[in-house]
Design a protein around this ligand. Structure first.
Ligand SMILES: Nc1ncnc2c1ncn2[C@@H]1O[C@H](COP(=O)(O)OP(=O)(O)OP(=O)(O)O)[C@@H](O)[C@H]1O
Ligand SMILES: [Mg+2]
Length: 470
């Protein structure tokens, strides 16, 4: 439609006025020729159809003056009494044309505003929908790579650009392209990347590439860029991108703090496990060895005293010495048990299956163990799994009044799946003590999950999923 093209409005007003005058002249000529041949009614109908068609084709700004002029011509030169083009007639014609142009201009401006508002509303709804889709991805805890990929696609779709890319600024001065959208694969102009990095502000290059910085926790983290192969990017591109870059910054900050939390928890658990191992080693290498040596010496002394024959004045009787030796051996056993309780030696030496069987043997309740693992697992995973089973077995004995417990461990989808089920009273609750909460912390620190299903009266099932590092 002509009225919606890029011709400036004042020029269009002038054109519409000229069109009205031309329409008057043409209609006058046609009316004069057709007057004696066609009945006024069908002629008027044809005239109205022409006005309607021109309104559809040219818009209201042109339709009003051309239609008004044509109808004036019809009145003056078709329907009796006919009129001469006197000065008064020209004045009336000019007034009618002027009015038609004014009304047409007002109607055009109003409809343009309405269209612009409608577009802005649609645009805003599109942005909100895009942002919602991205926020959902982030909330679902999708991997950052997936989020970055989705951001570039949404930015490209929203801005209608040919390409979009996400770039991270590395601490060593290099850059990493994290995601890109558009074909052929976009190449972000290096000078644009450098300008955004140096200035920390949005920048443009030849109006065909725009880069907007991404700031995470006050630090320049990277940039998002869009490119247009042929057309020019509109002036509001930077502003329209900023909502997306803010969301990326939130996602990155989220992922960073999650990763920091996980690694700090993992560090805490690893430090605790390490401390236990050290105590075990210390006990084994230190106190235990000394006690063993002592016991052996005492046994030897007892043996020698017995061999020397009975001397009435000796201070240590052989049976006493033997008793001391026996006591010391008990202490050694206790120490060994203690050290195993702190960090199970059988676990480090032989792996999860024997360690879980040893736990089962020690339990006062019958425990069915089904471990389907064909190889050793990483040490933190084995230790985590061991403590889950150990605590859950203890709970079953302490709280459940169960008659049997089942333990299973399988490897599936690069995860260790643990399940411990008892047929007891149910009703286990994380808030009841520190055992279950501690287990959940331990497993989450390994990036896994721990769930407890314990309906009252229907037994308790604890499941843990621990990812196995590649
Ligand atoms: N297998 C189970 N059957 C029934 N109730 C259970 C079972 N396991 C746990 N519970 C309930 O859930 C609560 C929380 O268990 P949790 O292991 O966290 O603490 P706790 O065993 O009481 O103490 P601790 O901190 O020494 O482990 C328990 O107090 C108990 O009431
Ligand atoms: Mg407990």
């Amino acid at each position: 439609m002509l009225s919606r093209t890029r011709i400036p409005l004042p020029l269009q007003v002038l054109l519409a006025t000229v069109a009205g005058a031309v329409s008057f002249a043409l209609a006058r000529m046609v009316c004069t020729l057709a007057r004696d041949h066609i009945h006024p009614l069908p002629f008027a109908a044809v005239l109205l159809i022409v006005v309607l068609v021109s309104a559809r084709a040219l818009g209201i700004l042109y339709a009003l003056p051309t239609g008004t002029a044509a109808i004036l011509a019809y009145d003056w030169f078709y329907l009796p009494p006919l009129r001469d083009m006197s000065e008064a007639a020209y004045t009336v014609l000019a007034t009618f044309l002027g009015m038609a142009v004014i009304v047409g201009t007002v109607a055009t401006v109003t409809s343009r505003r309405a269209i612009a508002a409608e577009r802005a509303r649609g645009d805003m709804a599109d942005v909100q929908a895009s942002l919602r889709r991205l926020a959902l991805l982030i909330a679902k805890g999708e991997a950052p790579e997936r989020v970055f990929e989705a951001v570039t696609h949404e930015v490209r779709a929203h801005l209608g650009s040919d390409t979009a890319a996400l770039i991270r600024y590395e601490l060593d001065g290099s850059t990493t392209e994290l995601a890109c959208a558009g074909l052929p694969a976009p190449e972000v102009p290096p000078e644009l990347v450098a300008t955004v990095r140096e200035s920390g502000r949005a920048a443009r290059r030849d109006a065909t590439a725009v880069g907007v910085p991404i700031v995470v926790n006050g630090r320049l983290w990277g940039m998002c860029s869009v490119g247009a192969a042929e057309s020019q990017l509109p002036p509001d591109t930077e502003a329209r991108m900023s909502e997306f870059t803010e969301l990326v910054a939130t996602a990155v900050a989220d992922a960073q703090s999650r990763a920091e939390l996980i690694s700090s928890r993992a560090r805490i658990v690893a430090a605790a496990d390490e401390a236990r191992r050290r105590i075990e080693r210390d006990l084994h290498d230190g106190a235990q060895q000394r006690l063993v040596a002592l016991a052996l010496r005492l046994r030897t002394a007892a043996h020698n005293s017995a061999a020397d024959g009975a001397a009435a004045d000796r201070t240590v009787r052989p049976d006493e010495v033997a008793e001391i030796g026996a006591d010391l051996m008990t202490v050694i056993d206790e120490l060994r048990e203690l050290s195993r309780g702190i960090h199970p030696a059988v676990l480090s030496d032989s792996g999860l299956r024997p360690a879980l069987r040893a736990l089962a043997r020690r339990s006062p309740l019958p425990v069915e163990v089904d471990v389907r693992l064909d190889a050793r697992l990483p040490q933190p995973v084995e230790v985590g799994a061991y403590y889950v089973v150990s605590e859950v077995l203890t709970n079953a004995v302490k709280h459940a009044a169960a008659t049997v417990i089942e333990v299973s461990a399988t490897k599936q989808d690069d995860c260790l799946h643990l399940r411990v089920h008892d047929d007891g009273s149910g009703g286990a609750d994380f808030s009841g003590g520190t055992g279950l909460v501690g287990l959940r912390d331990r497993i989450e620190a390994l990036g896994g999950t721990l769930d407890v299903l314990s309906p009252v009266g229907s037994g308790t099932t604890v499941t843990a999923r621990i990812p196995l590092p590649a």
